[in-house]
Design a protein around this ligand. Structure first.
Ligand code: ZN
Length: 418
């Protein structure tokens, strides 16, 4: 008798196996013991994350491999969790242009962790933010040995910024890992992801307000109210991005516009001092300083990040071809991290090169404006996330575990409920 999960999300039986599309990541292929013509030694159920039309090629490879190396049966019967195609998962889990490689929409926490070591359409999303977390942590630890974060208040904006550039990729990595535990868990995971990104924009504002502000704007009204306005922006950003998830299924276009606006507005606000400095530098035809060069690279990657997020390229042009490697979200993660690296270098350059001038022309950053603003921002974001999590249409467990003869109907129904 089949398991409930197989009834709800039946395996893909290889309907595309007769199409010879060559090697490409695409389908989850199952070899059943009853299928004829198996290679000897592959008589256990074998799950292979493979490509369309790859079955025949795997067969040939197995034959050659067995003849050459006499591979033991155990090596060919490695069991990996089942993956699903887009029409087999509820609508809330579906991604534009991603056809295959979906994990089970009711995965356990352990399955989610293990899936990060299996090739799914989320694997590179997880790793492209998990590994950079360690890079930024390493940079942070190095700075701890050279900066006096405890008593030198000039370094506190940097402390807040470094904490947040470690936090946002880590939260994103966790969100991508655990987003397939349930529809509700998925929403909450991404609420936290948006919250961390929103706090990162606050960290940018705190560091820019202290180190990057143009000379002629120092002590002006924008400088004085920069951090309080940035706190208001985090409220707007987290609120708007979380809300966009509620309208995603009914109005995907509107949801995309809301979510993009939610992140673009704080970015433009934070970057105003930088835009001004770059423009003045270009008009004055004086060469870019080391700090400004890094800031310019950061801006280039930030624009690229925004473009990838909004455009869903390249998978929109060739749905199914970039399911595992190369889709826009992975590129978006990579561009965001590379941009953050250049931003960090720019902030560090400005911080050290402008210290004497800033110390003699403006007040030293206070605890309230830096760590206090961060704590206030975290509390505000947690409150917003809690509010949206409480507003989720929670469904009883049985509504997704009841059997259905038609999995596609099941998927559609769940999508409507969400
Ligand atoms: Zn992401």
């Amino acid at each position: 008798m089949k398991k409930v999960s197989d009834q709800l999300f039946p395996v893909w039986w290889g309907s595309r196996g007769d199409q010879s599309w060559g090697w490409s990541w695409g389908c989850c292929l199952k070899w059943e013991a009853s299928e004829g013509g198996q290679p000897p030694g592959c008589n256990c159920p074998v799950w292979c994350v493979l490509c369309r039309g790859g079955r025949q090629q795997l067969w040939e490879a197995c034959q050659k491999g067995r003849r050459t190396f006499r591979l033991p049966t155990d090596m060919l019967s490695l069991k990996l969790p089942q993956l699903f195609d887009i029409h087999q998962v509820p609508k809330v889990f579906q991604e534009d242009g991603i056809i295959s490689g979906y994990r089970h929409p009711r995965s356990s926490a352990l399955d989610c962790i293990l899936s990060s070591f299996q090739m799914t359409n989320e694997t590179l999303n997880i790793w492209t933010h998990f590994l950079p977390t360690w890079y930024f942590l390493w940079r942070f630890c190095s700075l701890c040995t050279t900066q006096n974060f405890l008593t030198d208040s000039y370094t506190w904006p940097l402390l807040v910024y470094m904490l947040l550039i470690c936090l946002y990729p880590f939260t994103s990595s966790c969100a991508h890992t655990f987003s397939t535990m349930s529809a509700e868990a998925r929403h909450i995971c991404y609420f936290f992801d948006y919250g961390a990104l929103s706090l990162y924009s606050l960290g940018c504002a705190i560091s820019y307000g202290s180190y990057v502000m143009p000379d002629c704007w120092i002590n002006g009204w924008l400088h004085l109210y920069f951090v309080p306005m940035a706190i208001g922006n985090t409220l707007f950003c987290t609120g708007m991005s979380c809300y966009s998830r509620f309208v995603e299924l009914q109005f995907p276009g509107k949801s995309k516009v809301l979510r993009t606006t939610a992140f673009v507005v704080p970015f433009i606000f934070d970057t105003l001092p930088l835009f001004y400095r770059v423009l003045v530098s270009c008009w004055g035809s004086c060469g870019l300083s080391e700090a400004l060069s890094n800031h310019c690279y950061h801006l280039m990657f930030a624009f690229l990040t925004c473009f990838l997020f909004a455009s869903h390229l390249p998978e929109r042009l060739a749905p199914g071809r970039f399911d595992y490697i190369g889709h826009s979200h992975q590129l978006f993660h990579i561009c965001a991290v590379v941009g953050t690296h250049f931003q960090m270098e720019g902030v560090l350059s400005d911080m050290s090169s402008r210290r004497p001038w800033l110390n003699s022309n403006t007040a030293i950053p206070s605890f309230l404006e830096t760590v206090g603003a961060l704590v206030f921002g975290v509390l505000l974001n947690l409150a917003v996330i809690g509010l949206f999590a409480a507003s989720l249409p929670w469904k009883p467990q049985c509504s997704t575990s009841s059997s259905s003869s038609s999995h596609s109907q099941q998927s559609t129904d769940e999508g409507k409920e969400d």
